[in-house]
Design a protein around this ligand. Sequence first.
Ligand code: GLU
Length: 468
Amino acid sequence: MTTKTRFAPSPTGYLHVGGARTALFSWLYARKHGGKFILRIEDTDIERSTQESVDAIFDGMNWLGLTHDEGPFYQTQRFDRYKEIIQQLLDQGDAYYCTCSREQLDQLREQQKANKEKPRYNGKCRAAEHSSDVEAVIRFKNPVEGEVVINDLVKGDIVVANKELDDLIIARSDRTPTYNLTVIVDDMDMGITHVIRGDDHINNTPRQINILKALGAELPQYAHVPMILGSDGARLSKRHGAVSVMQYRDDGYLPDALLNYLVRLGWSHGDQEIFSIDEMVELFDLKDVNVSASTFNSEKLLWLNHQYIMNSTPEHVAKHLAWHMKEKGIDLANGPELVGIVKAQRERSKTLVEMANASDYFYQEFETYDEKAAKKNFKQDTDLVLQRLMDKFSQLDTWNGERLHQIVLDTAEIMGLKLGKVAQPLRVAVSGAGVSPAIDITLSLLGREKTLARMARAIEFIKEKNNS
Ligand code: GLU
């Protein structure tokens, strides 16, 4: 049988890292077994579902490269099918109309609480045989005897006695289906073999199994993945910082670094920290997923991102850097190939945002000099140093890093200055600030025209300062 997994988000917000990790585990499991990964949008909560969220989920999945093989399916387009199944359950005596009012149910709950019993529906309408034309919800007739066993691939066997479960509402009084019904119909129709999802759904699972059994459906295997906690031990949420996948893109993370971080969050393979996608697919197994919750560690994610920036091919990093440069409104046609920028900046950039911010002067004029750097490096006679460099640079027939470097060395020697007193003012002159890649690399990337123009600008600036 083909392995089929699914990711079934409710589109009520952005794709968050917890959802992305569930999606990743499902995706990896399908890929590992040569199976199929299905994307299903659980949009039956019309009030809270938005197209914006649907798009945000697609964007997140695309950016992470978690491609689906079937779908996206929308539950709102399958209402006829859910109706059909609800009718089938009614016809075969596994569901019934329930007319108990809210007040009656509240009263029942109060009573049960007072008796220190677990609040649950008492099955009052089970035998009433209400007809379809009354105002009623539809409940599933849960078995009263026996137990449900979930052979959970992460948590191990979980046994729940049927007497602990009550008769679940599968359709509201307007006859729209509820979550547990839609999920099982879809899992059944879509041939899902492995339901991998957050362990916040574990209480739903025995109920879902019972409905599937009533329909004579093949049961999928279940794997409930523990939740992700913030550094304070509370469930990961916005107040711990970024939780939206796309926020990580905006903050300068590479998708592969985030995937690598997410795969290690609750799963391990010995001491290995860095996994290519191919390695993840090869090594991932549900049996190695931790049983307990894991803690999100932003520092470690940042470290991983830097590793990926340094060790991925410069072409790959450049592709993602291009997005950030465009976001900043930079026209890449006005400067060097981005691959060169990546090679020059990757050691010093932990994120692509840092890299982009440290590289804009290669493409566009900076407005002003960094105040501190200018004060420290543009001294009274610095214009003379820059002028000599400029004269020599202008005479070069080829704009070559080695030759440029040699001119900087010679100038320092001839003028009796320490190297820093030559290279550093030059750096401020061409980049506007005191930090840049090695000066020969900076000048090579910048090119002859921009370098000379900026040197002329700096000389003017220093002269004006001297005169004021
Ligand atoms: N739509 C549910 C959610 O977003 C997931 C349902 C499932 O995976 O079974 O929490």
